[in-house]
Write a protein that binds this ligand. Sequence first.
Ligand code: GDP
Length: 461
Amino acid sequence: MHFDTIAAISTPMGEGAIAIVRLSGDEAIQIADRVFSSPSGKKLLEAPSHTIHYGHLIEPSTAEVVEEVMVSIMKAPKTFTREDVVEINCHGGVVSVKRVLELVLKQGARLAEPGEFTKRAFLNGRVDLSQAEAVMDLIRAKTDRAMNVALNQMEGRLSRLIGELRQALLETLAQVEVNIDYPEYDDVEEMTIPLMIEKCTWVKSEIEKLLRTSSQGKILREGLSTVIIGRPNVGKSSLLNSLVQENKAIVTDIAGTTRDIIEEYVNVRGVPLRLVDTAGIRETEDIVERIGVERSRQVLKEADLILLVLNNSEPLTQEDERLFEAISGMDTIVVINKTDLPQKIDLQKVKELAGDGKVVTTSLLQDEGIDELEEAIAELFFEGTIESGDLTYVSNARHIALLDKAKETITDALRAAEMGVPVDMIQIDVTRTWEILGEIIGDTVQESLINQLFSQFCLGK
Ligand code: GDP
């Protein structure tokens, strides 16, 4: 496909050692060549692919030197977009990089929209939609584990699996076609139904397998929303501080989001923990008091994990029991803190109240028990499994919704097949499943969706 030549600043705005302005399109090398001057007089247009060149950028109308640069030339098709790509490395200051961008825009490049480079990689067939989406996940990944999931997806592991499922469905559809076109061969029908049941059962179980990874995938991608609750003075802020200190706090930089609830990310054994309402914990004693009963119920409801802190050196109070009630049915870890002080809490009662919830003991003052707590968190969501290298996680909400839909239609097909519904009727559900799965990799999606998806990307990517 042929598009115009786009340009954008591909590094974050700010001061740094270098910044990169990237161009992509048929004219990319020509545009760079018009403003580039090398000490040896060499022309970028004549440069071999995948080479880098030192020189200056010159404003042609005034002959003024704009910047000292290194320019990489990468010719199609072995590039990120499958088009000619030029990357201009300049000094990493806001003014410098803007001047370079303005210069190439004046020479005929168009300012790229957010995600447009990746969109071209998709439109030019270098990656499919799920791989393109993984590029964004990769940029936003908060822990190594989340990054590995994104990398797997970018390398096309999910795409390949989806491709195999669609192929199996296509084979059964082809069989049905034979059946309809040659009704005189009775024995074809006899073969078709069992084959269809067999293939659909396999596709369904694979979809279910993927869906089972989705809660973990989502946690890795978005963080495990965690709320610390407990009576005043039990050690909530101490717990928060230990978690933040022991684990590198994850720096998040999402511009333009205003939140009335403050969050902090920490990395617990590769699980990004999103600690919700940390301000509430730090500033006032009681989350309920601060944000009101209704609002705190809402916060609790949306949490993936509750850490309920109790005081080892005091008997359980009614308030403690009320907290247990408020969180019943949720994933909870009970933290009995202050084990350095004499025990007055009724441990048996705590275990009863906790039910399925795990109970760990800590002395945050003496730095004890945090390891066990972290172990318990990792175990609760990853069942203690070390991340298996070849597991394909689905983490993207769009993919999960489509897999859910595909599961429904394939289940309909299976039910119909088992009930002896004519095969050409079942064909409709099988076709629909094939289409839905295609949407994951962008085979059967509408342009408006594609535009919307890529618009969520960063500029210059
Ligand atoms: P919060 O009100 O629940 O946030 O509780 P804090 O974290 O502010 O702790 C209240 C008090 O208990 C502080 O004086 C802490 O130093 C103390 N504290 C926290 N953890 C422990 C512990 O394990 N043992 C003892 N003895 N004191 C602790």
